[in-house]
Design a protein around this ligand. Sequence first.
Ligand code: KIV
Ligand code: NA
Length: 264
Amino acid sequence: MAVTIKTLRERKQNGEKFAMLTAYDATFARAISDAGIETMLIGDSLGNVLQGHDSTLPVTIDDMVYHTASVARGNQGAFVIADMPFMSYGTPENAMDNAARLMRAGAHMVKLEGTDWMADTIARLANRAVPVCAHLGLTPQFVNKFGGFRVQGRGDEQADQMVAHAKQLDEAGADLFVLECVPAPLAKRITEAVSAPVVGIGAGPDTDGQVLVMHDMLGISPGKPPRFVKNFLAENGSIQEAFEAYGAAVRERHFPADEHTFQS
Ligand code: KIV
Ligand code: NA
């Protein structure tokens, strides 16, 4: 049976974890969904892992539409989320137009990076039948504002502010959250504070779901992997088994472990 937004809400209510992986093409989308991974993200991380850029900023809406359509053709019942790339939701108006393109390409939801300023855009999209995932914490499109890629929400003031932003976007109509690289206690607070399910990456074990970049969890991304990544291909015989093992590890709460988690 196909996974929907309703499935994810029920999982949160029942305290059952779910998994997400990035997918960018039809073949991997088929393999990931066949493995029972509940949700797939066409991440703008494709700027890094497919295109070889050192940030996600060069990725265009045309790139995202192309890969979303490819993933949708391979998908076997997973819930499909497409990233809105840098500056494609700079105004509510261009957000409407660009979200429509991703939904027509086969996305079930779009994901935006940002904080309180996105509340109006999220409400407008939700009112026009576009479910929205709000991405908070280390939002890679902000790399030039942050001055690098680092854990966000450290310290009481920043943590309280992130909780307030999450609540505001939840009330505006966000149907899912991604929290990237935040201390585990803060991720737990946010997960409890919002009604929508929360998916973590580098956010500890207490979020409702977990997401990894596919290339990272297969151990084929160049360079030293970030702390929160686990290579699931290393201890499994095939790519298909690595996807299955990842899904099981998330559902059975074996991943993420302490070694993958930022405590503060
Ligand atoms: O682009 C991406 O892959 C993402 C995930 C890391 C959440 O946004
Ligand atoms: Na992204």
